[in-house]
Design a protein. Structure first.
Length: 383
């Protein structure tokens, strides 16, 4: 089978420039370079449309019935049933019309893709970036669905593998660390972090409850008791339907009289500029985050990193050898650990050097490309 004849249909659950979307763009680049014909369906219009078409892939938009926790109620489930049914038919027709050889679904929250692939008799390669928590029935349902409607399942870290292996056949599961295009650099002289007397702690993450922004704010409040020189930046926007969560965070900041010290910057594309002015990136996730790519962005800019002691962050920071791991449910301890860490220049420098070495060794873009291509080839062979 010649690679040039293989047609891949890729489904993605969002249209943004957060971590999973960046990996999607890398996968598209890899497939196009390998002479695959790439088709992409996104659930709504956004920044990715033009980027994808500029790469040489076909890009369509259709409501894929993305399954999020906010739909776990009677009205929500009925809504998803209708959207998923329509999406399954649309994808099936697309597969038939364009003679697609393989479906690649870039998240476990798209059910319509697996249904369409099964109906069309083509393999479904699923790429899982998440660890669903909080609702056991939902976890079991998604786990069994993935088992029955996926040919192969790529997971992005050991923590993700550990969660999903209970539901999957051993032959289905493949761990592929994300590949980071990594060339560490110093911030330009004009934007060196030490030009300001303030100590800037930054959060870069989508504004959803699992990312732990409330915990970030609580730790910020405690840090300001220790040193009034601290200031905090919260970078990111939210999903449609989660606007009330963002408003609650902003209200919480105002109610605690922190509005002059904590700044919501919204979605920003100049992440490197923000990192260059940051003294620390604190990733405050309160549920297992599979492999938070913002930590790699910080390491690349030589910005020290702190994260809650959970899942993928532990793997990226090599159990604390490459950055600071703080407890999940102890605001005072986390604040004092962060304050001590920021003052320890020798430790921060050592951690950054180790982090760069660790990233280059385990999260190589070259190895990622090889692993992704091998997985696609093997999945197609099993067709």
């Amino acid at each position: 089978m010649k690679q040039s004849t293989n047609k891949i249909l890729l489904l993605h659950s969002s249209n943004d420039m957060y971590g999973a979307s960046r990996i999607v763009l890398q996968v598209i680049d890899i497939l196009i370079k390998a002479k695959y014909e790439v088709h992409v369906i996104l659930p709504y219009n956004g920044v990715l449309n033009k980027i994808i078409t500029d790469k040489g892939a076909s890009c369509s938009v259709y409501n894929l019935g993305v399954f999020r926790k906010k739909y776990l109620n009677l009205k929500g489930l009925y809504n998803r049933f209708l959207k998923i049914k329509k999406a399954k038919n649309y994808i099936s027709n697309y597969i038939h019309k364009h003679q697609i050889d393989l479906l690649y679904t870039n998240t476990s929250v798209i059910i319509s893709g697996g249904l369409a692939a099964k109906k069309s008799g083509i393999p479904n390669l699923l790429h899982i970036h998440e660890i669903p928590t909080g609702n056991k029935l939902y976890e079991i349902f998604i786990g069994l669905f993935v088992r029955c409607f996926s040919t192969k399942v790529i997971v992005v870290s050991n923590s993700v593998a550990k969660h999903w292996q209970a539901y999957l056949k051993k032959t289905q599961l493949i761990k592929v660390y994300n590949g980071i295009v990594f060339s560490p650099k110093e911030p330009p002289e004009s934007t060196k972090r030490k030009t300001s007397q303030d100590i800037t702690v930054t959060s870069i993450a989508r504004l959803i409850p699992s990312k732990g922004h409330k915990y970030f704010i609580e730790v910020a409040k405690e840090l300001l008791k220790i040193n009034s020189k601290f200031q905090f930046l919260i970078v990111g926007d939210t999903f449609q339907g989660y606007e009330s969560y963002e408003e609650k965070l902003k209200t919480f900041v105002v109610e605690n009289n922190l509005h002059e010290k904590i700044h919501f910057l919204g979605l920003r594309l100049d992440v490197e500029s923000i990192l260059s002015k940051s003294d620390l990136v604190f990733h405050s996730s309160i549920t297992p985050d599979s492999l938070p790519t913002v930590l790699f962005e910080a390491i690349k800019m030589r910005v020290p990193v702190a994260a809650t002691d959970l899942a993928g962050a532990v793997e990226i920071l090599d159990n604390g050898n490459c950055g600071l791991l703080v407890p999940l449910n102890n605001v005072k301890k986390a604040a004092h650990m962060i304050n001590d860490y920021i003052k320890d220049e020798k430790l921060k420098t050592s951690n950054i050097e180790k982090a760069i070495e660790h990233t280059n060794q385990y999260f190589s873009s070259t190895q990622f490309e090889k692993n992704i291509l091998d997985t696609f080839k093997n999945t197609l062979i099993s067709k």
